[in-house]
Design a protein around this ligand. Structure first.
Ligand code: C5P
Length: 206
């Protein structure tokens, strides 16, 4: 147990790098709350796809909107990365994420700008990455297991398009924060990546 002091594990990285799996495993192992911040942008993107204004959707977002399986589709992911470019959308989601990060008992957040913008003072900063092909393969397997019937080339193109949009935007671009531990999971498989991340948190806890 970490205790009642704030203790933040901040995880950034590109699409399908394994951040979510690693984040959930760390949360479970150390008894921390977990927030997949991509869901915030996906929830805004999903509302925009039904005609909402992105900034108004972000300002009016509530926790209930995050619990929706429909947020996992490729169309919503692409729209999420489009609304994520808008500075007013990011600003509307900032306070909620910062408060979550510093909650009593500790928290794990994963996303694109957690180490760089949301919580630069996090006790643990990780940048989880893998080659585009490996990430597309993982996302393909996930979509196939859910019965979506994906095509590998489409999944790879989606991953690369989002990588480009997320890295090249001027508001909170995706990049490893100074001082972040870089974990390249291309060659290691997800179990080994989880073990390495847990070992890193153990070390940081002292
Ligand atoms: O992590 P996930 O793939 O669910 O994120 C969907 C999109 O939301 C990303 O492609 C990115 O554009 C955006 N995002 C972001 N900042 C975060 C988390 C997600 O810009 N902290």
């Amino acid at each position: 147990m970490i205790g009642t002091q704030p203790f933040t594990v901040a995880i950034d990285g590109p699409a399908a790098a394994g951040k979510g799996t690693i984040g959930r495993a760390i949360a479970e192992r150390f008894g921390l709350a977990h927030l997949d911040t991509g869901l915030l942008y996906r929830a805004v993107g999903a509302q925009v796809l039904t005609g909402a204004d992105p900034v108004e959707a972000a300002q009016g977002l509530n926790a209930q909107a995050l619990e929706n399986d429909a947020l996992r589709t490729a169309a919503v992911a692409q729209e999420a990365s489009k609304v994520a470019v808008i500075p007013e959308v990011r600003a509307a989601l900032l306070d909620f994420q910062r408060a979550f990060a510093r909650r009593a008992g500790g928290a794990v957040l994963d996303g694109r700008d957690i180490c760089t913008v949301i919580c630069p003072q996090a006790e643990v900063k990780l940048f989880v990455t893998a080659s585009p092909e490996v990430r597309a393969r993982r996302r393909f397997d996930e979509l196939e297991a859910r019965g979506h019937g994906p095509v590998f080339e489409d999944v790879l193109r989606d991953v690369e398009t989002r990588d480009r949009r997320d890295s090249e935007r001027s508001a909170a671009p995706l990049k490893p924060a100074i001082g972040a531990e870089v974990l390249d999971t291309s060659e290691m498989g997800i179990e080994a990546a989880v073990a390495a991340a847990i070992a890193f948190v153990e070390q940081a806890r002292g």
